[in-house]
Design a protein around this ligand. Structure first.
Ligand SMILES: Cc1cc2nc3c(=O)[nH]c(=O)nc-3n(C[C@H](O)[C@H](O)[C@H](O)COP(=O)(O)OP(=O)(O)OC[C@H]3O[C@@H](n4cnc5c(N)ncnc54)[C@H](O)[C@@H]3O)c2cc1C
Length: 327
């Protein structure tokens, strides 16, 4: 989704709080931070985060049936209304210097922050099978919302996965391709019943259960996917034009560890109920954290962002006496 954003900002020298990330957790944190009177920046490599890949959102309070792209614009303009600086960049690292954090970005910018909120979300897990890397952008996709229209009229495509996003992808693709194979390694889906019911009722979605992808084949682009039945070991080659990988998400473990954040065994940033991390003045929020791990939603990310901002404010007032704006 190409989002037009009016006026991205320049990074100032100093902030009360720098929020790293651009999804619902980050924007919610930003709005609350400004309401607490903190000079606030959001530094994000993508405005909207995972919402850029979602279709229509129908489970966020007060906004039924809302295109995710519209939600992103609403979040952004809400933050701008409060005077949040929004900077399009990637934070490469941060380190403690005295009582501040020095934040460094890929575009070689630098700023000082009294507190940090890490809201970096997660990234898509890959299959790790032969052909996957070779055909990325030539039939292998990780975003059904973005790429489904490219498969209008295609004979067949495959979706791999068994959670909400896989089933949502299968539903979206069934509107474009003549046939969708939904490949899942187990016999049951772990998606919400709402999606399972719709997928089962869709006549052009064929379920390929108890099966794992072992190879993606093609020439200049994807031509087929090879699956193995996990019970019989039998191999089956299914002709498809596209393979949509929807097997979940994993945290940015290396980034967190390199910046001194304590993570759990999977790599999620450890937080307590006030979104405090192991580092003083560094808070974390949203999908990147250990909080509510089995249930990742916009509303949960937004809630964590609000709590993180509250905690950051209390920290700034305790350590510095007041916010930069109140000086
Ligand atoms: C296809 C799909 C459909 C969905 N549908 C729904 C739905 O209908 N309802 C619902 O409630 N939820 C839905 N979700 C889940 C929801 O989108 C996520 O739970 C939510 O976006 C998490 O928010 P977040 O802010 O924690 O992380 P994210 O949204 O992942 O945002 C993290 C952001 O941080 C940025 N970032 C990462 N590292 C850095 C760095 N070093 N420097 C700067 N920026 C960085 C990323 O680019 C990204 O912009 C859906 C998800 C997907 C994939």
């Amino acid at each position: 989704m190409a989002l037009r954003l009016p006026g991205l900002d320049r990074l100032r020298d100093r902030y009360d709080v720098v929020i790293i990330g651009g999804g619902p957790a980050a924007f919610s944190a930003a709005i609350y931070a400004r309401r607490f009177g903190m000079v606030t920046a959001v530094v994000a490599d993508r405005i909207g985060g995972m919402l850029n890949e979602a279709g229509v959102v129908d489970d966020y309070l007060g906004l039924p049936d809302t295109p995710a792209s519209k939600m992103v614009k609403l979040f952004y303009s809400h933050a701008k209304k409060y005077g949040v600086d929004v900077i399009l960049d990637t934070v490469t690292r941060f380190r403690r210097e005295g009582d501040h954090y020095v934040v460094e970005t890929r575009r070689r910018r630098r700023t000082l922050a009294r507190a940090l909120i890490v809201a970096i979300g997660t990234r898509r897990r890959r299959l790790g099978v032969p052909g996957e890397d070779r055909f990325v952008g030539r039939g292998v996709s990780y975003c059904a919302v973005c790429d489904a229209p490219l498969y209008r009229g295609a004979e067949a495509v495959a979706v791999v996965g068994g959670g909400d996003s896989a089933l949502e992808a299968a539903l979206i693709l069934s509107e474009y391709a003549k046939k969708v194979y939904l490949i899942h390694r187990r016999s049951e889906f772990r998606a919400q019943p709402y999606y399972i019911k719709q997928v089962r009722e869709r006549p052009n979605v064929e379920l390929v259960l108890n099966s794992v992808v072992v190879e993606i084949r093609g020439d200049d682009r994807v031509r087929s996917v090879v699956v193995r039945d996990v019970r019989s070991g039998e191999l089956r080659e299914i002709p498809v034009r596209g393979v949509f990988v929807e097997i979940g998400f994993e945290p940015f473990r290396e980034w967190a560890v390199e910046n001194g954040l304590e993570v759990d065994e999977e790599g999620f940033i450890k937080v307590n109920e006030w979104m405090e991390t192991n580092l003083p003045g560094v808070f974390a929020a949203g999908d990147c954290t250990t909080m509510w791990k089995g249930f990742r939603q916009i509303v949960t990310a937004a809630a964590m962002g609000a709590v993180a901002a509250y905690s950051a404010y209390n920290y700034v007032v305790k350590v510095f006496g007041s916010t930069l704006e109140q000086r």
